[in-house]
Design a protein around this ligand. Structure first.
Ligand code: F6P
Length: 319
């Protein structure tokens, strides 16, 4: 192996820069050449690449976003796009590719793998919805960003005796909502993994009010329904006047937490080590504190379950 390429793809996540730095420096340490592909698979198809050096990845470990930029590529979803990307990698003399992203990005990586190209994935998404790693890069930071907002919302909710619905990210996954719910002491969490029952939520709100609770926070994962819809349901069914806050893309911004910067550094170095050892078609992950690998396909085919203990805690600690 002489030359590696690295790209970031899909939604950005805090810690992607720390992973780019780790991949670059670990590769240079092994006397490999490194190029960065800009704008994910889109940039690959356009041949938008830059050399990465020890100094060009200096001063980025703490920065949010991704210096390589990112994209969700429609072109790369088609077989012709993948074939074109493969030719591009070969014409650039690249021997191995590191893809930092989430499940969509790994589906693209798998296509390259199936065509015989050595590729290793690094889990980078705030959603934490990939099988094979306890945490994805950016999840911890996103939870802390959302938590900061929810804690502030509680101040105004309690001052005004109000009900708040806070919508956090997670189209198919309740990891952020559940974690923020537990960490903020939210009264209710509405997530895609648990079927939503309006009657039950109204009963809980009613019971809380009866025993003297003057304000409540509901943390809602965006995948269940928009916050406005839930507020309307609560108003139409039980006359609740809920205020809503949609946290949105703020959850993807900001520099990484210590946990994310460390995770990204470890995974970046381990991805290079794995490629050099001849591993391919895998994602590197961290399970119970130890580095590990899992076939790319499994990362999206298996569903990472939410910890039942956390689900129970939201119920038992908020009453
Ligand atoms: O990257 C994951 C994620 O932030 C999801 O939580 C969210 O649903 C989605 O991306 C939003 O994507 P986009 O930025 O393309 O609107």
């Amino acid at each position: 192996m002489k030359r590696l390429a690295v790209l970031t793809s899909g939604g950005d996540s805090p810690g992607m820069n720390a992973a780019i730095r780790a991949v670059t420096r670990a590769a240079i340490y092994r006397n490999l050449d490194v190029i960065g592909v800009r704008r994910g698979y889109e940039g690959l198809l356009d041949g938008d690449v830059i050399p990465l050096t020890k100094s060009s990845v200096g001063g980025i470990i703490h920065r949010g976003g991704t210096i390589l930029r990112t994209a969700r590529s429609e072109r790369f979803k088609r077989p012709e796009g993948v074939n074109e990307g493969l030719s591009r990698l070969r014409s650039l003399d690249v021997d191995g590719l590191v893809v930092i992203g989430g499940d969509g990005s790994f589906r693209g990586a798998q296509e390259l793998h199936l065509r015989g190209f050595p590729v290793v994935g690094i889990p980078g998404t705030i959603d934490n919805d990939l099988w094979g790693t306890d945490a994805t890069i950016g999840f911890d930071t996103a939870v802390n960003t959302a938590l900061d907002a929810v804690v502030k919302l509680r101040d105004t909710a309690s001052s005004h005796d109000r009900l708040f619905v806070v919508e956090v990210m997670g189209r198919h996954s309740g990891w952020i909502a559940l974690s923020v719910g537990v960490a903020s002491g939210a009264e209710h969490v509405v997530i895609p993994e648990v079927s939503f029952e309006l009657g039950r939520l109204c009963d809980k709100l009613h019971y809380a009010k009866k025993r003297g609770k003057t304000h409540s926070l509901i943390v809602l994962a965006e995948g269940v329904m928009p916050a406005q819809e839930l507020a309307s349901l609560l108003s139409d069914t039980a006359g609740y006047d809920a205020r809503i806050t949609v946290l949105g893309h703020i959850q993807r911004g900001g520099g990484p937490s210590a946990a994310d910067a460390i995770l990204a550094s470890r995974l970046g170095a381990f991805a290079v080590e794995s490629l050099c050892d001849g591993e391919k078609g895998i994602m590197v992950g961290c399970v119970n504190g130890a580095m590990c690998t899992v076939p790319l396909e499994k990362t999206w085919a298996e569903r990472k379950p939410l910890p039942p203990e956390l689900l129970e805690l939201v119920e038992t600690l908020s009453i």
